[in-house]
Write a protein that binds this ligand. Structure first.
Ligand SMILES: Nc1nc2c(ncn2[C@@H]2O[C@H](COP(=O)(O)OP(=O)(O)OP(=O)(O)O)[C@@H](O)[C@H]2O)c(=O)[nH]1
Ligand SMILES: [Mg+2]
Length: 338
């Protein structure tokens, strides 16, 4: 739908088909909780639930609301990787609402916590930007092994399903095997690939990819980059250079620069966010490996402390295991409300 809405110019019957598909799609998305993805998210978040929601439940069972309880709640949130500032904020809000609403039984705090979590996540939520011009350009950045290349494959799959013409750029010229890895995905998906030799300049790959995307009429171009530690200054300036070249050649901002973050890394994600954002104008986060992490609380810290929207979440290694982030579905999954 993403593509059809943007790259119009189709015949009336095609437009009607597109509308029909839009309706079918919204019908498909309505019962989100019955979808396979929601189930995966819910089972994936089981460990986070143990670490966070189950402990909140234990703490708030049969107790009265007092300052000691708030302090303990703060500790639980911090230990579940929600981030110190975010934990303090959430507990302040709980404290205030408990006072305003004259809540005395601790159990009642649970649904307030849930509501406040949704509100916090929704405040910073944003979907992928709608395409305005061809090619729609996405660049993936992040530390080694975060899931950049896999997320590219999943996105390419999604765009292809929407009938978009996709081009991938093998901008990781550094790691041995990285070009082949993207090449295998491109083959499997039946999408085009621009690649140079290992060790070549990633900015040159990106430059060629933009021109190829224009020449071939690609709807979407996704640029892979090498994994790099956020503290390696030279590698971060190399990334800034790739970005400058892409922006100059494109003559406008990239549509999305997604910071890919591995949800199992916990608090280090905040440092990654800060450094990568200093190097390139990150537009959002793709949070991977939410399946099986006890550190899913990091979503709250990322949204609040970095003020960056979590746009995509990954819950596995299959094509379908990537979805737009939905704050309410996430919190429902966390609280185990199927
Ligand atoms: N369980 C799970 N595994 C994932 C997910 N996303 C990626 N992976 C796995 O994480 C590993 C690293 O993924 P890549 O996509 O190669 O990561 P990368 O960021 O491109 O890594 P470098 O190119 O080395 O920096 C692979 O084994 C993926 O299958 C996810 O959402 N869930
Ligand atoms: Mg990679």
């Amino acid at each position: 739908m993403f593509w059809k809405r943007m790259f119009g110019g189709r015949s009336t019957s095609e437009q009607e088909n597109a509308q029909q598909e839009a309706v079918q799609e919204s019908e498909r998305q309505e019962p989100a909780k019955e979808s396979g993805f929601f189930k995966k998210l819910m089972s994936g978040l089981e460990k986070t639930k143990q670490q966070l929601v189950s402990r909140v439940e234990q703490l708030t069972t049969g107790r009265k609301v007092d300052e000691e309880l708030f302090t303990e709640l703060e500790e639980v949130l911090i230990e579940a990787d929600c981030g110190v500032n975010t934990a303090l904020l959430l507990v302040d809000q709980l404290r205030e609402r408990a006072r305003e609403e004259k809540i005395t039984a601790a159990e009642e705090l649970r649904h307030i916590l849930k509501e406040e979590m949704v509100a916090l996540l929704e405040k910073n939520a944003a979907p992928l930007k709608m395409p305005a011009e061809k090619p729609y350009v996405i660049m993936m950045v992040g530390v080694n092994g975060a899931g950049k290349t896999t997320t590219i494959a999943k996105l390419a799959y999604r765009f292809k399903q929407e009938k978009a013409k996709v081009l991938l750029a093998a901008g990781d010229t550094f790691r041995a095997g990285a070009i082949e890895q993207l090449g295998v995905w491109a083959n499997r998906l039946g999408v085009e690939l621009i690649a140079h030799q290992e060790g070549s300049d990633p900015a040159a790959v990106a430059f060629d990819a933009i021109n190829a995307a224009r020449a071939r009429g690609s709807d979407v171009l996704i640029i892979d980059t090498a994994g790099r530690l956020q503290t390696k200054v030279n590698l971060m300036s190399e990334l800034a250079k790739v970005h400058r070249v892409v922006q100059r050649e494109l003559g406008r901002d990239l549509d999305e620069i997604l910071l890919v973050v591995d949800a199992t890394t916990g608090q280090n994600a905040l440092s990654q966010g800060k450094f990568f954002r200093d190097a390139v104008p990150v537009t959002g986060i793709a949070l991977t490996k939410l399946d099986g992490t006890a550190k899913g609380g990091i979503v709250l810290a990322l949204a609040h402390e970095l003020d960056l929207a979590v746009k995509l979440v990954g819950v596995g290694e299959q094509y379908e295991d990537l979805q737009d982030f939905d704050a309410r579905a996430f919190v429902s999954a966390l609280f185990g409300e199927a």
